[in-house]
Design a protein around this ligand. Structure first.
Ligand SMILES: *Cc1c(COP(=O)(O)O)cnc(C)c1O
Length: 371
């Protein structure tokens, strides 16, 4: 699905010298590269504070902890996402409340949110799924009307732009109260291991997030709140600082690959190519098609036999996952998410994909469909 080695080879000397420098200096935790990367990412995102942490799941957990919610408080999110989004809500003894997604963009349907708001609702977590932003304007309006926090899960959309009515843009993750991202190796900005970050324009939240990620400590060995240990390793920060310079190019490469697929599948009505909403750019963390009347397992087996990778993100929506039965949801509660789970298929998309490889993938898929 990705070619991390190919991506590394192109910038090998830069990466290797950044890693060597960290090893020479031996400041493996909280080395100067961490602060430097935080600042570089803040500049890139045009956001006031970036606090890096151990991974994207921790980022979401820290964001929720910083809001100082009470057990039983409700957080509205999407059932069609990676498990981490709902997992951290449940882990903190908060209640995940799901709103179904839109059938075209796969992102949370803002029109389904308001009717779910109760006296206990405190926050909304939109996920910018597969690389394009959820409808932040509508979501922020709902949040403002109902006095709710908004945490953006931008693990899959780092670098995406969200346009406003004047044609100006903000980076995905910088509109809500807190943005969260992941530097898991296959993410658009990937480390050589785990990593994550939270970002905010709010000084009070930034201070809390910093303290929470470091054992609730502001002055050394004085603990003001119950925190966690979640830090970005210095080596990862050094690698990410190098790779951040290429993020815009990486996004462009993915967009180009997506366009090539779109054109390749234009003639078949049995494949719905990704739909991009007008208010956001799409950085194609995944290139996910919707199959109509095609045997998905059969197609995947056929592709495997040709040496072509494919994957299902996500085969079971969260409300139907075993671990989340305690929420009391049933089959049929979120028909759009359930239909998507049955019909989506993600194809290889990454920065090293050539048109020859893509043509091979397209031709094989069309061969399968046309028998
Ligand atoms: C990857 C991902 C996360 C979690 O990130 P990790 O770094 O793997 O913990 C959270 N939410 C979404 C939508 C993701 O894709």
């Amino acid at each position: 699905m990705v070619d991390l080695k190919g991506q590394y080879i192109k910038i090998k000397s830069e990466i290797d010298s950044a890693i060597s420098k960290v090893i020479d200096e031996a400041k493996f935790i909280k080395g100067p590269q961490v602060k430097s990367f935080n600042n570089s990412l803040a500049d890139y995102l045009k956001v006031k504070h970036v606090i890096s942490c151990g991974n994207g799941t921790d980022a979401l957990q820290l964001a929720l902890m910083a809001l100082e919610l009470k057990p039983g408080d409700e957080v509205i999110t999407t059932p069609f996402t990676f498990i981490a989004t709902a997992e951290v809500i449940a882990l903190l003894n908060l209640k995940p409340v799901f709103a179904d997604v839109l059938p075209d963009t796969f992102n949370i349907d803002p029109d389904k949110i308001e009717s779910l708001i109760t006296a206990k609702t405190r926050a909304i977590i939109p996920v910018h799924l597969f690389g394009q932003a959820a409808d932040m304007q509508k979501i922020m309006n709902i949040a403002e009307r109902n006095n709710l926090f908004v945490i953006e899960d931008t693990a899959q959309a780092l670098g995406a732009d969200i346009y406003d009515v004047n044609g100006d843009y903000k980076k995905a993750g910088t509109i809500g109260d807190i943005g969260c991202t992941s530097f898991f190796p296959s993410k658009n900005l990937g480390a050589f291991g785990d990593g994550g970050a939270v970002f905010t324009n709010n000084d009070v939240l930034a201070e809390r997030l910093t303290s929470l990620s470091n054992h609730g400590m502001e002055v050394r060995y004085f603990h003001d709140r119950v925190g966690i240990n979640s830090r970005l390793d210095t080596i990862q920060a050094a690698i990410l600082e190098v790779k951040l310079k290429y993020l815009n190019q990486y996004c462009k490469d993915r967009q180009k690959a997506a366009k090539f697929y779109n054109e390749g599948f234009a003639k078949t009505t049995q494949i719905k190519t990704p739909v991009k909403a007008p208010f956001t750019s799409h950085v194609y963390h995944q290139y996910t098609i919707l199959l109509e009347g095609i045997d998905r397992e059969g197609l995947m087996d056929f592709l495997t036999s040709k040496g072509i990778a494919s994957a299902i993100y996500y085969p079971v929506p969260i409300h139907l996952q075993k671990a989340y039965r305690m929420l009391g949801y049933n089959k049929g509660d979120f028909p759009v998410a359930e239909t998507l789970s049955r019909n989506v298929l993600s194809l290889p998309i990454h920065t090293e994909l050539t048109e020859e490889i893509q043509q091979f993938i397209i031709e094989n898929i069309l061969d399968f469909i046309n028998g």
